[in-house]
Every structure is written in C-alpha cells, then in structure tokens.
Write a protein that binds this ligand. Structure first.
Ligand SMILES: C[S@@+](CC[C@H](N)C(=O)[O-])C[C@H]1O[C@@H](n2cnc3c(N)ncnc32)[C@H](O)[C@@H]1O
Length: 215
C-alpha cells in the first residue's frame, strides 16, 4: 500500500480535544514552530471572503480570527471553512458559530471558480494525498489577485532535535496523518505551474511559510 493511499478522512478519527493536544506536540516537535508565530502569519491573510482550507477542529482558525480582529481591525472578512473529516468538523461547528463550514474534499470542491479573495492552508499541505490536485482546486476557487498563505513541513536536518522530528514524522506517516515532508526547492518550483506568484518565503526550523498571489 502506498503512503498516499493510507491517508483518508478516517485517519483523523480522534476526538477533537485529543486531536488538538496531539497537534500541539507535532507543532513543537516536528515543525519546531511556536503557536504564536503561526497565528501571526495566518491571521494577516484573513480578508474579504476567505477560504480556510483543511480547517480541522477549528481551534487554530478561531485563535487566528481573534488575533486578526485585534491586530488587523481594518480587514473585514467572512470565513468559509472546509475539511473532509466529519469527526473534526463536528468540533469546528461548535467553536465557529458564525462561520460557514462545509465538508469538502480539497481535491474536488463544489465552489465556482473565483469564489474567494483569500485562502489559508495551515498545516495541511504535507498531510494531503495528491496535493497537486488539491492545489489546482484551491487556485481555481481563488479570484485573480487573491492571496494564498500556506506552510509546508520540510525534511528535518541534522541534530538531536531533528532526530526527534524525524521520529514524529515516522509516527505521522504510520498513522496516516502525514503524507510526507517536502524539500524547500520542490515547493518553490511548484508555484509558477499553479499560476501563483511568490510574494514571500520564510523558513522557520522545519517549516516553510509562503505568501503567494494568484496571477
Ligand atoms: C494537520 S491538520 C490541520 C488542521 C488545522 N488547519 C490546524 O492547523 O490545526 C490537517 C487537516 O487536513 C485535512 N485534510 C487532509 N486531506 C484533506 C483533503 N483531501 N480534503 C480536505 N481536508 C483534508 C484533515 O482532515 C485535517 O483536518
């Protein structure tokens, strides 16, 4: 069985609370990011009609929305959150009362072309089987000039901490919650084919953070 074929919506059948706790450890040990740095990054892109891709339990998005309202009050937004996991979406529905939430597979979404002014893909790129298909879809539903922010897990480098990161990645691949990490170059090379302009790329430990615009 290939790595990709074992990933499906059932890989996420933890209760939303347990899922969030596990996610926090993965963020710290595999990505080696802080929650604060991720929130500041993604909150900046909440503007207009916004698509939150792979929203999961909604906990991360809720924190970003709070941060955006405080730090970017001039940016009005309405949020549409999608994920293919019914179990996780149950958690999101309880937390994000005003948001529009839908069960959607990112590889084949029901929205018309050019539906959104902005989109975020937080902590999702490296978990999605057939990411190329999902990226084409995300770009399709984004308006020309719309902005897409995302982060991608990179292969860990050398050192003791990265040995731990590697073990966490192995666990993620065994359980189906990680498709695979990427190299910085392959992620950057994929953008022009998608019609995305790179506005900023910043690597923090084992993650690359990308700000892009659909041309
Ligand atoms: C690591 S979680 C990230 C959740 C949230 N964005 C966060 O940062 O806490 C990855 C999410 O991607 C979702 N996912 C994976 N493949 C997907 C697909 N093909 N379509 C929709 N959602 C998908 C999973 O259900 C899971 O909620």
């Amino acid at each position: 069985m290939s790595d990709q074929s074992i990933i499906n919506e059932n890989s996420y059948n933890l209760t939303p609370v347990l899922y969030d706790i596990r996610g926090f450890f993965i963020l710290t040990l595999a990505y080696r990011n802080t929650l604060g740095s991720q929130v500041r990054f993604f909150a900046e892109n909440l503007k207009g009609r916004h698509l939150e891709c792979a929203i999961g339990t909604g906990t991360f998005t809720k924190i970003c929305m709070k941060h955006a309202r405080k730090k970017h009050p001039e940016q009005d937004f309405s949020l549409v959150g999608v994920d293919y996991s019914k179990a996780l979406m149950g958690g999101a529905k309880k937390k994000l009362k005003g948001a529009e939430l839908a069960i959607e597979d990112l590889r084949d979404m029901s929205f018309p072309d050019g539906s959104f002014d902005s989109a975020n893909l937080p902590n999702g790129y490296h978990t999605i089987a057939d990411i190329d298909k999902a990226m084409v879809e995300i770009c399709r539903v984004l308006k020309p000039g719309g902005t897409l922010y995302m982060n991608v897990l990179l292969y860990p480098g050398e050192g003791v901490m990265n040995k731990i990161s590697q073990k966490v990645n192995d666990y993620g691949q065994r359980t189906g919650i990680l498709n695979r990490p990427y190299s910085r170059q392959e992620v950057l090379d994929s953008l022009p084919k998608l019609g995305l302009r790179l506005d900023e790329a910043d690597t923090i430990q084992n993650c690359i953070f990308l700000k892009t615009t659909k041309l």
